[in-house]
Write a new protein. Sequence first.
Length: 139
Amino acid sequence: MFKLLFKFSVALLFCLCFCLDFGGNLKGEGSHTFYFYNKSSNAKIITLTEEKANYFIYFKNSLKGESVVFYDQKRVNELLNELSAKKVFCESGDDFNCEYYYAEKIDDYIILKGNKINLHVCFTKNGVLVGTPIVFGSF
């Protein structure tokens, strides 16, 4: 009986290690938003402080994107360099400037204006939002 319980426990632990993840891939300085089940504004959106996000556990396959806030442009530039991100196009509005990138180091992407996009940087008066594949919702 003990051997069976031990084997079951090991199998369960093995499955959990490969099915669960925590903390997200991006590390920002403010809030951390997770997008689940859908790579669009129809995603289930959960926003946490960066500190709480570090301990947030979720199923790997359910995470379809995330975004974080930066208050320091230098950290944004470091992230872009670390990911070898290539700028694809830009757009702006009254209160924001957006840059759209593609980085081969990020596995997933969406097609936007006929281009592969998987990293979105949005400069606002409240900080810089960085999202994968894009920042959903209002900025």
